[in-house]
Design a protein around this ligand. Structure first.
Ligand SMILES: Cc1cc2nc3c(=O)[nH]c(=O)nc-3n(C[C@H](O)[C@H](O)[C@H](O)COP(=O)(O)OP(=O)(O)OC[C@H]3O[C@@H](n4cnc5c(N)ncnc54)[C@H](O)[C@@H]3O)c2cc1C
Length: 381
């Protein structure tokens, strides 16, 4: 990271053909080091050894917004790889998982729709209707991250509108070149349209026909799989953010010492000192909450409260710390002379994707209140 990724960030950020070639070179170097795909165990083609270790690893690779791409564990491919590993048939694993983990192809996860609230996926409208041995899919999605140039998507579609709300939807593997799949446009996010992996695309599905054999994990299992995917996915984001927070913190501290006013360096101002002290405490709290959640997941616990708590808290800390670092840098913080502007742009979505803050706070409060309602107390350990 220190020698190869951080010095090359500006070149990668141009997102042109040279950047694509550079990423490939860096990915090959990661493979040669035996560090490729650290989110997956060796039997799935990765180099991972559990959540706790992965959390610590991400503190390093998360320092760059490009780190996970270089190490083969970027969203949404990481989550898609995990659910294919957990729920895929042998045929699906051979056709989709193996090349995905090898980094030969990319994928996307297509759930959110512009017309209905993504926070409540029981409202999804995209339909898949069985016709002989095929599904026929019709629907309108957006924010399908990475869809531009991807080989396949995992599409969440309603297959039984009359079933219980959480048994209505199914996840279906859809090759991107299937007739009727149209990646309409990358939707610019805070003015950034992105390229390939960094796009968030609007996608329409019109009379898209795929074999029933492309069903992932069973008809009606869409929500169950989404939970399995989003739980680890959320904590993967948080792990990466730990690296981002620490980098912003370091930039803030260094610049505060370096920038002189007529009355001394910025580091002597109490406001700046408060920002540094608050950021230190909040980052450390995020680290320890993340390690606690990772430890519980490794022990086989569902860690729903811990995951939701760290998702909304870390998203807030991430944005606050980067914002303070930008403020300390003054106008320079908004330029491309430091990585902060790009980090700021990437961070804002963290309070929305994989569930907005408000929903995660609700999950935490409801679960805790449920324990008290049933006569128990909340166990912190
Ligand atoms: C950068 C980025 C990448 C993304 N990538 C993907 C992807 O790859 N695939 C995919 O399918 N989706 C993706 N998404 C979509 C994301 O998952 C949704 O944006 C998210 O689920 C929220 O849905 P929504 O945008 O429709 O907001 P809505 O559900 O309409 O919510 C709007 C706002 O209402 C408030 N709100 C909602 N529910 C409640 C509640 N119960 N209580 C209180 N307040 C509430 C929140 O403040 C929320 O921000 C991505 C989003 C972003 C920003």
């Amino acid at each position: 990271m220190q020698n190869r990724v951080l010095p090359n960030e500006a070149a990668i950020e141009r997102e042109d053909d040279d950047a694509a070639a550079l990423i490939k070179t860096l990915q090959d170097e990661v493979r040669a080091l035996g560090l490729w795909a650290p989110h997956l165990p060796p039997e799935a083609g990765g180099s991972g050894e559990g959540f706790l270790e992965y959390a610590q690893f991400n503190e390093y690779i998360g320092r760059s917004v490009w780190g996970q791409l270089v190490f083969g564990c970027q969203a949404p491919d990481a989550g898609n790889g995990e659910i294919l590993h957990m729920f895929g048939t042998d045929g699906q694993k051979e056709r989709w998982l193996a090349p995905l983990v090898a980094g030969e192809i990319r994928s996307f996860f297509s759930m959110t729709e512009p017309e209905v609230p993504g926070s409540d996926p029981t409202t999804l409208r995209t339909r898949a209707v069985q016709d002989g041995d095929d599904w026929v899919i019709d629907g309108h999605k957006w924010f399908s991250s990475g869809a531009q140039g991807a080989a396949f998507g995992i599409v969440m579609a309603v297959t039984d509108p009359d079933a219980d709300p959480h048994a209505r939807a199914t996840q279906i593997i859809v090759p991107a070149d299937t007739p009727g799949v149209d990646v309409v446009r990358p939707v610019p996010v805070l003015g950034h349209a992105g390229h390939g992996w960094s796009t968030h695309c609007e996608v329409t599905y019109t009379n898209v026909r795929v074999p029933m054999a492309n069903t992932l994990g069973g008809v009606g299992a869409g929500f169950l799989i989404a939970q399995k995917r989003l739980g680890p996915g959320r904590i993967h984001h948080v792990m990466r953010w730990l690296g981002q927070m620490q980098r912003a913190f370091e930039l803030m501290c260094r610049y505060a010492l370096e920038r002189e006013t007529s009355t001394g360096p910025l580091a002597d101002k109490q406001t700046v000192q408060n920002w540094i002290a608050d950021s230190y405490v909040e980052i450390q709290a995020c680290r320890l909450l993340t390690l606690d959640a990772a430890h519980k997941i490794d022990r086989g616990e569902d860690a729903r409260v811990e995951i939701s708590a760290i998702k909304f808290y870390a998203a807030r800390v991430l944005n606050d710390v980067i914002d303070r670092a930008v403020q300390v840098h003054g106008a320079r913080g908004l330029t491309d002379e430091t990585p902060l502007a790009h980090m700021l742009m990437m961070a804002r979505g963290g309070r929305i994707y994989d569930g907005p803050d408000e929903v995660h706070r609700m999950v935490v409060a409801r679960r805790i209140l449920k324990a008290f309602r049933s006569g128990e107390e909340w166990q912190f350990s």
